[in-house]
Write a protein of this length. Structure first.
Length: 127
């Protein structure tokens, strides 16, 4: 039996800023995002592919409040840099904004993809 593949999960400064801002209003956001980070770290690629970015980017819904339904909750956008490394690009509340443009995602990835490859996997940034 082979060992399960582990993927390093990193965060852009944009993701960290957005998470801190949203945490003021949504107390459970870190717990809501944790299952997404765990799935990414285990090698899954949940969500829908975002076209037009020039990169392998996915958007996945994170939501622990079933009353909000599919249109509520948060959207986590992540970039699959390599088979062993995924970068969380940004997060937003669906009730605050609509979709983020492909050009805005491309800009974040090209400007903010972390250069520090020693970031701790599976730990959403602290406040």
């Amino acid at each position: 039996m082979s060992e399960a593949r582990r993927v390093e999960v990193l965060f852009t400064s944009e993701f960290k800023r957005s998470l801190r801002r949203l945490a003021r209003r949504y107390r459970s956001i870190r717990q809501d995002v944790e299952p997404v980070v765990d799935r990414l770290a285990s090698g899954d690629t949940p969500g829908d592919r975002v076209k037009g970015t020039g990169h392998v980017v996915y958007k996945v819904r994170a939501n622990s409040d079933a009353r909000r339904g599919k249109s509520g909750g948060y959207r986590v956008l992540y970039y699959v840099e390599t088979a062993e490394r995924v970068i969380l690009v940004t997060i937003y509340s669906k009730s605050d904004q609509g979709d983020i443009s492909a050009s805005a995602l491309r800009q974040i990835i090209e400007e903010e993809a972390p250069s520090d490859r020693s970031a701790s996997p599976q730990e959403p940034p602290a406040e």
